[in-house]
Design a protein around this ligand. Structure first.
Ligand SMILES: [Zn+2]
Length: 303
């Protein structure tokens, strides 16, 4: 009896996970759909756009300069940014642990030393952005900084049983300085409790640009009142940020591939794109509002 009871619980749990996975991946639960600037999105289409295939997640994208001292060192679908200074470098997002050697290779191909990374930051506590933190810490001795609200989730990311390193706890509006570069951490919670957008003033050719490293703004599942409060604050906060150069934790969030393709052609810097700074926020907010409406309709039907 005891044994069959145990199996029943097991089946129920696996079934719930499969349903959740199907909901995230598409299939019958892939709704609502929203149309923003003529393009229609569903939860599954956004997830597919962000993640691509397993191969996309693991394949090096050509490392390149974005603006000033900011470089791209990630894969085709998982962003990793390198900010170089004479006093050492900042790495933002280690991505999956298996990608760390690829990121190291990209840093070296740009002519920098991986061992010169002094600070490691992360956009939010999900494995596709921060699973490699312990490996980067081991290889570089970098100071790992994380926003307080994400620490419980980060502590649970333990590839190979390794403890998640955290050397400095950040709070909203804290600054991170290295050399002449200063980043400001802004809590933009919702996707995770501690999802963080970093901003920096970056110089290029005698001008200063506001660079925004956006975190994901995607509503990941059931919107609880606490998550709703976070998103309502976050969407107005991100729109208040000065922005010339929008970046994102997935390259598709800022149309990296199309901009990269323009690098060789034009004289201007295609990553300076003020008019599209909040395109991703528009898409994610439309989806978020639609998810909330759908949730309300379901709740009132059940009443
Ligand atoms: Zn995420």
């Amino acid at each position: 009896m005891r044994r069959s009871h145990f199996i029943a619980i097991g089946v129920f749990t696996v079934g719930s996970v499969v349903a959740l996975y199907a909901q995230q991946r598409g299939g019958p639960a892939d709704h609502p759909a929203v149309t923003v600037k003529g393009q229609t999105y569903t939860p599954a289409s956004i997830l597919a756009r962000n993640m691509g295939s397993t191969q996309d997640q693991e394949t090096q994208f050509p490392p390149h300069k974005i603006i000033g001292n900011v470089y791209y060192v990630g894969t085709r679908t998982l962003s990793s940014f390198l900010i170089v200074t004479p006093q050492g470098h900042i790495l933002m997002d280690s991505t999956y642990e298996r990608n760390v050697p690829t990121i190291k290779k990209s840093v070296e191909q740009l002519g920098f030393k991986f061992a010169d990374i002094k600070i490691l930051l992360g956009n939010h506590a999900h494995g596709d952005h921060q699973e490699g933190d312990a490996a980067v810490k081991q290889m570089t001795g970098a100071t790992v900084m994380a926003v307080a609200e994400d620490i419980p989730a980060l502590k649970a990311i333990m590839p190979g049983g390794k403890d998640h390193p955290i050397d400095r706890v950040l709070h909203d509006n804290d600054t991170i300085s290295l050399g002449t570069t200063m980043l400001v951490a802004r809590l933009t919670a919702g996707h995770t409790r501690g999802a963080t957008t970093y901003t920096a003033k970056i110089e290029e050719a005698g001008k200063t640009y506001d660079v925004v490293f956006f975190s994901s703004l995607r509503a990941g599942g059931v919107v609880t009142p606490a998550v709703a409060a976070e998103f309502n604050h976050t969407f107005s906060l991100v729109r208040s940020l000065p922005c010339d150069v929008p970046l994102g934790d997935h390259p598709a969030e800022y149309d990296m591939q199309a901009k990269y393709a323009k690098l060789a052609a034009s004289g201007g810097n295609p990553f300076i794109d003020k008019s599209h700074c909040f395109d991703e926020a528009d898409i994610q907010e439309a989806m978020y509002r639609a998810v909330v409406e759908e949730q309300k309709a379901t709740e009132s039907r059940q009443r």
